[in-house]
Design a binder for this molecule. Sequence first.
Ligand SMILES: *[C@@H]1O[C@H](CO)[C@@H](O)[C@H](O)[C@H]1NC(C)=O
Ligand SMILES: *[C@@H]1O[C@H](CO)[C@@H](O)[C@H](O)[C@H]1NC(C)=O
Ligand SMILES: *[C@@H]1O[C@H](CO)[C@@H](O)[C@H](O)[C@H]1NC(C)=O
Ligand SMILES: *[C@@H]1O[C@H](CO)[C@@H](O)[C@H](O)[C@H]1NC(C)=O
Ligand SMILES: *[C@@H]1O[C@H](CO)[C@@H](O)[C@H](O)[C@H]1NC(C)=O
Ligand SMILES: *[C@@H]1O[C@H](CO)[C@@H](O)[C@H](O)[C@H]1NC(C)=O
Length: 671
Amino acid sequence: MTFMKMHRLLIFSIMFCISYGQEARPHPPKITTPDVEERIYYKINDEVILACQAEANPKAQYEWTKDNEAITSDFIKQDPNTGELQIATLTRRETGAYQCFASNQIGSKTIKAMSPIITVDLAYLESWDETGLPPPRISAIEGEAVQLTCDNVPACNPPGQFKWYQGDDDSSEVVQNERIAIDAEGTLHFVYVTKSDDLNGKKYQCAIFNRHLNSINLGSGKILEVTKLNPIPDRAPSVLYSKSNQKALIGHYVDIECIFGGKPIPAISWKNNELELITGSSTDKYEFMDTSRRVLRVKNIQESDEGSFTCEGANTQTNSAITALNVTSRPIWEKALSSITVAATKEASMTCQAKSVIRENPPGPPEWFENGASIPNDKFESGKYVFSDNQQILKVTDLVKPDDTTCFQCKVTNSEGFRFGDGCLDVIEPIVITLRPPAVQEITKGDIVNLTVIAETNSPFEIRYKWFFNNQTYDDMPPFVIFNDTSKSAYINTEDLSFENYRKINGTYIRMVYNAHETINITVQVVLKEVAVVGPATAAAPDLWWIALIIGILLLVCVIVIICVVCRRKAQEGVYPLDKKERANDLDPEKDLADSGFHDLSRADDNGMEKKGTPLQFTEEPLSYEDDDSLAEYGDGEDMGKFNEDGSFIGVYMDKKQPAPPVRNGNETQI
Ligand SMILES: *[C@@H]1O[C@H](CO)[C@@H](O)[C@H](O)[C@H]1NC(C)=O
Ligand SMILES: *[C@@H]1O[C@H](CO)[C@@H](O)[C@H](O)[C@H]1NC(C)=O
Ligand SMILES: *[C@@H]1O[C@H](CO)[C@@H](O)[C@H](O)[C@H]1NC(C)=O
Ligand SMILES: *[C@@H]1O[C@H](CO)[C@@H](O)[C@H](O)[C@H]1NC(C)=O
Ligand SMILES: *[C@@H]1O[C@H](CO)[C@@H](O)[C@H](O)[C@H]1NC(C)=O
Ligand SMILES: *[C@@H]1O[C@H](CO)[C@@H](O)[C@H](O)[C@H]1NC(C)=O
């Protein structure tokens, strides 16, 4: 039991600590309910309850407005602590645009966030006026197209749906089929009439249905008299119903309707704004709402749907109608105003950016408000606030905590209506860099590259770090960087690096210091002084350097061995003079040294070249080897010489395959 209690206490404390980090810090209200704008239909005398809720510290107080004004009506009650608004019995008087303010106190200022607009609307359906007149009579001959209009339609909110009934009792609804259709304005169409459509003096009656109220009102009767005709003649298609223009709202759908008269019943086909035939009864974009294809639904309206849709009715002949779809919209957010958290001393950009659909006038510059009221001019005069981009961006400069913590609202309007945005600016303590390394560091091998960055903050958001080196991200550390977790120092000790690795450390190091709301880049440029001085020849061939050095050393050893041999021989016969041709091929060692600037390397190159050079050609001059084995080793060349009495070899040696042994004269070996 005790253990359980302690366990719970522990969990509670942890949770408290976690929530403390988020909640304890004073911050502006963030409205969570309502979160989107909405139109809600109620019936007359309904009770209406609207909720408003915000996350805030200190706790938010709530106030609703109706049609942008404070609410004074006795019939609307609101609770500033819970955010609830109540209309006990709704009448038309209480309908309108409601908006909630959530406010709290930060520093000495009242901060107000505003909710999206909730429109309280009344669903209603009025009665048909009793005209007292007998129903009008419509006469037609069999085969003619006939239209019965629905007259004096009473007000209906939201817009109703039309139906027709036949006879006196209202239970026999007219069923739409290939030959009978009701258009969007309530007119009943007969593609062609037959005697069976004549109700023998009884009337056709139009009705309007309010889906929201689930109620229907019957009115406007018409009597149809049809004269028989035999045979019924064929008739070419005629357009009974089509709209030349239709508005379509971005993101919504639109129904385009086309009714043809004619006999036989014209078959209907559609072409879209790209003049492509619409096939299939339902796709992602198009759907036929009835089997006769009189109603085409264009779904998820986009700007690309703007243009002319063509319907064609065909029996033995054809006819067609065109509906121009005008795609339009209230301002469309490109970047809606939203809440941001920014560190003090920085600047904040509040953005309220919206567009109209293509080919329509763009919205005017947004209207801005601060905490629900217009912004005092001195904020702009002092340069504290700066507008840019046609007032779509409001910059707050040189942020101060908590004075600049505030909420903004914006309203963007175009020909189709407006949109409202809300966003708060929360100013937090900045990250302070207490130690930063020199920005440019010129390094000689043996130096320490100093990359130590130390940062502190009083904000509750944890500081994190990231490394970049020459545009590459390093989750741990760039190559050769040592990080001491105790002292938090970061450095490169160039003394411990090989020359090859040392050459890799130049470039740009970025220590990114960041938290959830701020990023600071500390940049260090490392320049290698030593490498910079040496000419491009060395830098160009870094890989050959070692190979060249090893070859150089090996050749040097060979040369020394051979020199020893020659010296011994010289002691016996004198010096072998270098051939003129050899001199010509040999590079000047002094010049090489000057060119390359690197002693060992130039030496290696020099030797390497000589090895590949023209083989030595002995003419008259004798050359002796210590023994016969060495001679055999150096050539299967034609032996044209002979041995001296003392055993030394005299003659001409012509090498065919292998280079001659490298031989140096005395001067060279002294180097
Ligand atoms: C489409 O409707 C808008 C708004 O009513 C109007 O300004 C515009 O001229 C119309 N465009 C066309 C092509 O009819
Ligand atoms: C690195 O540079 C900073 C600032 O110049 C200096 O305070 C610090 O002592 C240096 N660290 C090392 C290890 O040299
Ligand atoms: C890093 O990227 C920038 C911009 O893409 C480029 O100008 C620069 O040369 C790059 N630096 C290195 C070392 O690759
Ligand atoms: C890290 O820094 C601390 C304090 O400056 C020092 O005592 C320690 O020797 C360093 N550790 C290493 C591995 O260099
Ligand atoms: C490093 O130095 C070399 C030689 O000076 C230079 O060619 C190279 O561009 C430098 N690299 C960077 C990343 O700065
Ligand atoms: C910091 O540097 C990184 C890497 O170059 C870059 O991606 C980032 O945008 C920089 N951030 C800032 C605030 O400059």
